[in-house]
Structures are given as structure tokens and as C-alpha cells.
Design a binder for this molecule. Sequence first.
Ligand code: NAI
Length: 328
Amino acid sequence: ANAPVNVTITGAAGNIGYALLFRIASGALLGPDQRVNLRLLEIPPAVKAAEGTAMELFDSAFPTLGSIDIFDDPKKAFEGANIAFLVGSMPRKAGMERADLLSANGGIFGPQGEALNAGAAEDIKVLVVGNPANTNALIAASHAKDIPASRFTAMTRLDHNRALAQLAAKTGAHVSELDKVTVWGNHSTTQYPDLTHATVKGQAIPEILADRAWVEDDFIPTVAKRGAAIIEARGASSAASAASAAIDHVRDWCLGVKDYSWTSSSIMSEGQYGVPEGIISSFPCTCENGEWKVVEGLEIDDFSRARIDASAAELLDEKNAVASMGLI
Ligand code: NAI
């Protein structure tokens, strides 16, 4: 058998943590033949709740679960980590100033980046889920000088999955019959879910793309504002679907993109498609040997251009704000 893979999860006692831990432990991340050791990081007041979740994980007797350890110190939690899910953060609350939001997250993701740099395994892969995810990932990356920036990613896979689900509902096809959907930009309402290259059962979808009212007034806002719709319906933010998307993202990263041409992943821009270098933005991506690769050569029409530019501008703005606060 392979050596166990060490997986660190921050915010482990939260809602997403509760859904995520059991899927990782049960083999959904790396398959039935790979044992995982879980390393849970929480803030001191939530350690007891994490211990309760650990009791349930223990009681599940998963064949794929090695050990479970709980920490309140990032330095210890990231020691030897092969994979890190950074879920715990300070998301925006009503009335919160942007400067307060960014500085609170700088206080979390800066030290976590340093701790990853100090102790993570050579092959570390980091997925930031906690919002504002793209900029939090940038902060962590900037504090981990010895880890390639390509190892820090942010989650736009939930947006990608939501786009697939909406297109499936519209076409009557199954999600598994859809391909070449892309989410560009920031995990925020400026994101651009793009159907320009989408196929259904291998066929282009000109009639659907010609229905601009549906694409622009229904599909795009429904995907971009789905998080708020879930909060409205559930009285709590998306947790199980977010956990599921996090699994999809890291599984594709570790095992390769299979069964579809590409997916959407927020990775460090090298200037592809005119997205400024040095921001963590969502792109159409494949994965080879544990490295994300942007799908090159797609044609970008004027509508897409404007949307991609607008979301990139927002990311650049967030970057400039954290830079001016000395957080990166
Ligand atoms: P939650 O509030 O239920 O749990 C967050 C947990 O993080 C809490 O247990 C808290 O104690 C912990 N935490 C806070 N600061 C920490 C730190 N410095 N170190 C370790 N743990 C810390 O929130 P939930 O529902 O689990 O969501 C987590 C994050 O994921 C939020 O920021 C949310 O906005 C974001 N999110 C992102 C999505 C995406 O698509 N990228 C989708 C859904 C949620």
C-alpha cells in the first residue's frame, strides 16, 4: 500500500468541515486504496467541537482513514501536509468594511502561508475555500516563499458545478453529457460562467447561445448569485455542495482531469487570456502530473472579453488593497 497522505483541514469544526471530513475519510478524495491522515486545525474555542467530529469519524471505522489529530497551532497542523484545505476564514458580514474584512483575513492567511512554508511536504497542494477565497489564496501564497505559487489555488469549482447543473436543467441533458463549461475570474458575483464553448453530448449549443435573454439575464446571474439563494432557502450557507466541489477540485488535481475536457480552477495567472499576471483567477484548466494547466487557444468574443476583464479588475483591486495594507 502507498504511504498515508496527510490532509490538513482548517475550520474543521465548521459547516463545510462537517461535510468535507467524512467524504475525505471515506475515500472520496483519493480512492479506496489510499489511506489518509486527517490533521484538523481550529481556533481554541472550536477545538472541543472538532473533538466531537473526530469522535464521529472514529466511530465510522472507515477503512481508508489512518489517524486524526487536532491542533490550534498552524505550525503543527501543517507539518508534513501533502494536501491542505483552507476552509476557516473571516467571510464578509453585513455592514463590514472591506478594509476590516481584508485585514482580518490577512491575520489568518499570512501566518498559515508561513506555517505551510515551514513545514508542509514537498508536494503540498493548497485549496483555499474560505472567502474571499481568491485573495486569501494570494495572501497565503505570498507568505510561502519556498513553495511554488502554482501550489496555491482557490475554489471556483462550486460555481463550475452550479453552471453545469443549470445547463443540464435547461437542456434536459445529464450533467455527465455536458462539457467545456468555464467559470472565469473571482469567486464573487463578478465571476463569469461562460457557455461559449460548451457542448451537450458533444454538440455545440447554438440555439441556447442565441437565446441571449436566457444566457445573460437567467443563467449568468443564477450561477453567480446561487450562494445567496441557498442562504435564503436553507437559512445557512452552502456546505455539502461546497465540500463536494472541494473534493472534486483536489481529486482532479491529484488524479487528473478525466471524463471531461476541462474544469474551472482559480490559479495564479501568468497573463493568460489577458488576465493580469500575479492574481489568482479562475480559468478553464486541465491537470497533468499534479500541475494545473490553463487550456490555451479558446476564442474569446466581445461579451466574454468584457466579463473576464471586469472580474480580473475586481481581483486586481483586491490585490492592490491587501498590498497597500502590507498583507502581501
Ligand atoms: P463556518 O462558520 O461554519 O465554519 C468556519 C470555521 O472556521 C469555524 O469552525 C471557525 O472556528 C473556523 N476558523 C475561523 N478562523 C480560523 C482560523 N484562523 N484557523 C482555523 N479555523 C478557523 O463556515 P462554513 O460554512 O464552514 O464556511 C467556511 C468558509 O467557506 C466561509 O468563508 C465561506 O464564506 C466559504 N465558502 C466558500 C465557498 C466557495 O465556493 N469558495 C462556498 C461556500 C462557502
